[in-house]
Design a protein around this ligand. Structure first.
Ligand code: ZN
Length: 120
């Protein structure tokens, strides 16, 4: 019976380890508590920027009725918004998304008074 108990314990530990690994892999760039509830979106069809509650992307653009919104990130060097790099590009950016032109880190929240404009 003792062996059975140890096996159950081992399986439980393995399960917890697997769960932790999954959680760790899914961890976003920023700690969840610091993520703003509202983020900026870029419409891939119209190129328009908009603000909205955080949700999975591509998100529905209510004006078009289609899921065309991807997250936009602010670039302090370009003083404008860039499209969030695609997943495969972001994998090459372990420190978080950076500007494709100037390599400065991109942020979700622009400083107060920053224009809602796409960076050129
Ligand atoms: Zn930039």
């Amino acid at each position: 019976m003792k062996t059975l108990g140890l096996m159950a314990l081992a399986i439980a530990l393995l399960g917890a380890g697997w769960w932790g690994w999954q959680r760790w892999q899914a961890t976003p760039v920023l700690p969840v508590s610091e993520l703003p509830a509202e983020i900026t979106y870029l419409c891939l069809e119209t190129g328009e920027l908009s603000r909205g509650p955080r949700q999975a992307t591509p998100a529905m653009n209510p004006k078009l009725g289609r899921a065309t919104l991807v997250q936009a990130l602010y670039c302090s060097r370009c003083q404008g918004w860039h499209r969030m790099p695609p997943d495969e590009v972001r994998k090459t950016m372990p420190g978080g998304p950076v500007c494709p032109t100037t390599r400065v880190p991109l942020v979700e929240t622009a400083p107060a008074g920053a224009p809602l404009e796409v960076a050129r």
